[in-house]
Every structure is written in structure tokens, then in C-alpha cells.
Design a protein around this ligand. Structure first.
Ligand code: F3S
Length: 438
């Protein structure tokens, strides 16, 4: 029996695809082993989002070859799309598989082992509207599953390479998503998280059939056994009155919305090629707060984008103070070769970026602590995910707004919904006490 080891880099969509490839290999009779072990096949599902991600991808490919020089080392994914020429020349890499070709992993390996001269399988994604069929039957977590429903992006934010590595928007057929979610529900999964490269674009290629993002959500909402539906990152513009009102009628929707801000300065947003203003963004948050009680709003912010002045940065700080995020991923702008922003003048000195980043992070954390604590001394429904890593007499679960809660319990509770009284908020999580379920 051949042994295969996989390693994922990058986002949740990539992670989904790595798991799908792992399950294809398993079904084909490969034994899956840890990446540190000696294997016959190493698959690295690469990422290219920053120059650092490129470097990491190369390092992992070389690490795999060093582990077993006789193994087949497979480079898959975004770095392949971005740097196929380099990989063709790289002696550590035996097979290169682009995005949209991961489903062919097993036949490509079969051909390789049969001695055929197959070095690569790459699609030019710029003109492709084919959605690659990949499926999962299980996931690393046992209570919630991240489901890929969409690929590609048409936005071309000026700092981002992803439209070039993932191609244009393609949506997954709703019946295909439904089928996968039903299987996962039968396996005991209670929560699904819908993910995509640009999730909000779901269905723009199904317009003629009248299928949009809301159609998909409603169909998944009807599946028995699934108790919670959460979304990955959403474009602020999707949050219209109608959309929010419709969502609020669906009790399984988690009141947790990740709306990427990126900058709180309209001029910077324009240079980023983001198609909203701060005023519009604030309106979308207000709509969410109108239709959902106490929703968790989270975001991403980049500081130090080319041309960002101290005043521009202060505008971002103002938005952060006004919206009062439950949490925010904060990033220092890093120049990604091949993007329009990398060629812009007025790149910001590293020490200035770092200083702004530190100030933003401190503000975000302080607000987050205050906001997270708003549920103290209330009873909340918690989906139990695992035994607590530090204290095995406790279990760890998640509120519908995504906040973690630890309370007394044992493994029999994993995968169940429990009512928990929140005794104390400790920064970003709660300690609680279970109360009788109704
Ligand atoms: Fe990286 Fe590709 Fe995801 S560039 S972040 S793996 S879409």
C-alpha cells in the first residue's frame, strides 16, 4: 500500500480542497500519513497570496523531497498558477497540478507511476467557467464543516493576486452542495460554514435560472440535522435590507458576519479598488443590527497601503471605534509582486506601517474585550466541539456568534447543543456553567 502525506497552505477554500484530495487518495487505496513521516507521495497544496506564502510553498516542496528523495512530490494550487515556469525547472517537484485540476490527482499519479512523462496539468483559468468537482465526506473538525460553494473572483482588488491564481467566478451547483451537506449531517455535523473565494458572488453565473446566494442558503437551511449555518467573508454590499430581512427569518443562520473593511478611508478604498465607501459600509452594519439582535461583526483591516497618510489611518481608526467589532484580523500591507499596488508610488516605510499596526491592534483588542463581554450573566446555546486542551474536566464549545465557551463536561457532550450560563468573560472567551436543556 502506497503512503501519501498532504500539507495545506493558505485559506479555508484551499484547506477544503486538500481534504477532498486526501479523501480521493484514501478511496484509491493510499494510506494517509503525517507530513513528517516517510511517504511515497507528498502533496503540497500551495498558496501565493503574499511573497512570503510563495517562499513557504517552495520551502515545503523542498522539505518533502528531502524527507524521501524517491517520493513523488506534487505541487498543487495557487503557487502553481502563479509560478508554473519556476516549478517546471525545480528538480524537487515531480508533478504540478493547477487549480481546477486537483480532482485529477489520482489518475495523474497513476500515470506517473506507470512511467509516463507527465509533469503537469494546468488550466488557463482566465477564460474558464468550469467549476471543479471536489467533495468531502468528513472533515478534521467533527461538529462543523467548512463547505466550498464558489471559486474565483472578479473583483481585482489592487493588492490581491487571487483573481490571477483562481480565475473568474464559478459557483457550485446547489444540488451538489445539498448532497454533500446531507452526507455531513448524517455523519453528525451540526454546523456548516459556507466558504468561497468571493462568497458574495455565488450564483452570478446561475442568474438565468434565478438561483442566487439566498436560494442556496434557503435550500441548505431545510436540511435536517444541520442546526447552524455560518458564512465566511462577505462583501458589505450584499447586506441589503431584503437580504438581511430574509436571513433573519431563518433561525439556523448564525448572527455572525464577517464584513471586510480593509480601510476606513474612502481614498484608500478607491486605490484598493474596493467598491464601497465608508458611509455605505456603516449603513450595512446598521442593517445587520436592525435585523439581528446583537450580531457579531468581524472584519479584516490592512494598514500601510501605498499612499496612506496619518490622517487616512486615523479615519480607519474612527471606523473601527464606531463599528465596534467583535474581532478583527489586522494586516500590515505587504507588497505582492504582480499586483497593481506593488507598482504604486508612495509605498509606506516599514517602521511607519508597524507603528500604525500596533496602534490599530491595541484599539481592536480593547474594543473586542468590551464587546465580547456583553453576554455575561446570560444563558446561551453552545455547540460543544472538544475536550478542553488545558483542562480535561472541561469541554469547549462555540456560541452562535462564534465566541468560545469552556464549561464542565465530558466527551459525551461533543456535537451536542447545550444551554450554558456565562459566568465570566475572560477577554475573548467565557467560562460558563451548564443549565438544564429545555
Ligand atoms: Fe492563498 Fe490561493 Fe487561498 S493564494 S489564500 S490559497 S485562494
Amino acid at each position: 500500500m502506497r503512503k501519501a502525506a498532504l500539507h495545506n497552505l493558505g485559506c479555508k477554500v484551499n484547506a477544503y480542497e486538500t481534504e477532498a484530495m486526501e479523501q480521493l487518495l484514501e478511496a484509491a487505496g493510499y494510506e494517509i500519513v503525517g507530513f513528517e513521516e516517510k511517504a511515497d507521495v507528498y502533496v503540497i497544496n500551495t498558496c501565493s497570496v503574499t511573497n512570503v506564502a510563495d517562499k513557504k510553498s517552495r520551502q515545503m516542496l523542498h522539505r518533502a523531497k528531502a524527507k524521501n528523495p524517491d517520493a513523488v512530490v506534487v505541487a498543487a494550487g495557487c503557487y502553481v498558477q502563479a509560478a508554473a515556469d519556476k516549478l517546471r525547472e525545480d528538480a524537487a517537484v515531480d508533478l504540478i497540478i493547477g487549480n481546477n485540476r486537483k480532482a485529477d490527482l489520482v489518475p495523474l499519479l497513476d500515470a506517473w507511476f506507470a512511467g509516463k512523462e507527465i509533469k503537469e496539468s494546468i488550466t488557463d483559468l482566465a477564460g474558464s467557467n468550469e467549476y471543479e468537482k471536489l467533495h468531502i465526506k468528513k472533515q478534521a473538525e467533527h461538529t462543523r464543516a467548512f463547505i466550498k460553494v464558489q471559486d474565483g473572483c472578479n473583483q481585482f482588488c489592487s493588492y490581491c493576486i487571487i483573481p490571477y491564481t483562481r480565475g473568474r467566478v464559478r459557483s457550485r451547483r446547489p444540488e451538489d452542495v445539498e448532497e454533500e451537506v446531507k452526507i455531513l449531517a448524517e455523519e453528525g455535523y451540526k454546523e456548516i460554514v459556507l466558504t468561497g473565494i468571493h462568497l458574495t458572488s455565488y450564483g452570478i453565473d446561475f442568474k438565468d435560472e434565478g438561483i442566487d446566494f439566498l436560494t442556496l442558503i434557503k435550500r441548505l437551511h431545510a436540511i435536517d440535522g444541520i442546526e447552524r449555518i455560518r458564512f465566511g467573508s462577505l462583501e458589505p454590499r450584499v447586506i441589503t435590507e431584503t437580504f438581511a430581512e430574509e436571513l433573519s427569518k431563518l433561525p439556523k443562520i448564525c448572527p455572525h458576519f464577517h464584513l471586510s473593511l480593509q480601510s476606513g478611508c474612502d481614498d484608500t478604498l478607491k486605490r484598493m479598488n474596493r467598491h464601497y465607501t465608508c458611509e455605505e459600509y456603516a449603513e450595512r452594519c446598521a442593517i445587520l443590527r436592525k435585523y439581528f439582535e446583537n450580531p457579531a461583526i468581524t472584519t479584516d483591516v490592512i494598514v500601510g497601503f501605498p499612499g496612506e497618510t496619518e490622517e487616512d489611518f486615523e479615519e480607519t481608526m474612527d471606523v473601527v471605534r464606531k463599528v465596534r467589532y467583535d474581532s478583527a484580523f489586522t494586516f500590515q500591507y505587504s507588497r505582492r509582486t504582480g499586483t497593481p499596488a506593488a507598482a504604486m508610488e508612495d509605498q509606506i516605510p516599514v517602521d511607519v506601517v508597524k507603528d500604525r499596526f500596533d496602534r490599530l491592534l491595541a484599539e481592536v483588542q480593547e474594543i473586542s474585550r468590551e464587546v465580547t463581554a456583553r453576554h455575561t450573566h446570560t444563558v446561551q446555546e453552545v455547540l460543544v466541539e472538544s475536550i478542553n486542551e488545558q483542562d480535561p474536566s472541561l469541554v469547549t464549545g462555540r456560541m452562535s456568534n462564534n465566541t468560545l465557551v469552556h464549561f464542565k463536561g465530558d466527551a459525551s457532550l461533543i456535537g451536542t447543543l447545550q444551554n450554558v450560563y456565562l459566568d465570566e468573560c475572560r477577554g475573548f472567551y467565557y467560562m460558563g456553567t451548564p443549565v438544564e436543556n429545555n
